[in-house]
Write a protein that binds this ligand. Structure first.
Ligand code: ZN
Length: 119
């Protein structure tokens, strides 16, 4: 353990940081009028700025619905405002996502009976 504490995931905001020096980022309200939500329905989440709040909202929304609409190509429009801000000061964001393919390589045994034929 260092003088900064352990490097760990903050149980409040979910960010990784040094336990003793970590400070949670501010919170933002995010809501999606397209889906009939308004200011009163807004969820609170931690983010460094409005833009990140919109991105985190999209990530959570996709994973909560388990349908991954946004990352699947359906953009969303959301309002974002500071947790203690009011509706009039909300900024509107267009959020889209993309799924990235992931490749994994592992070494495997060669077949001595079929050298360099990849079997
Ligand atoms: Zn935190």
């Amino acid at each position: 353990m260092s003088a900064f504490g352990d490097y760990e995931r903050c149980s409040t905001c979910g960010e990784y940081g040094w336990g003793r020096t970590h400070k949670c980022p501010p919170r933002f309200r995010v809501w999606r009028p397209e889906h009939g939500e308004d200011f009163a329905d807004a969820g609170l989440l931690y983010a460094r700025d409005h833009e990140e709040a919109a991105e985190r909202w999209a990530e959570k929304s996709d994973s909560d619905s388990a349908e991954y609409d946004i990352v699947g190509g359906e953009p969303a429009k959301v309002y974002v405002v500071e947790a203690d801000g009011d509706e009039e000061h909300a900024l509107l964001f267009h959020v889209e996502g993309e799924a990235q393919p992931v490749y994994h390589a592992r070494q495997i045994e060669k077949d001595p009976s079929a050298p360099f034929r990849g079997r």
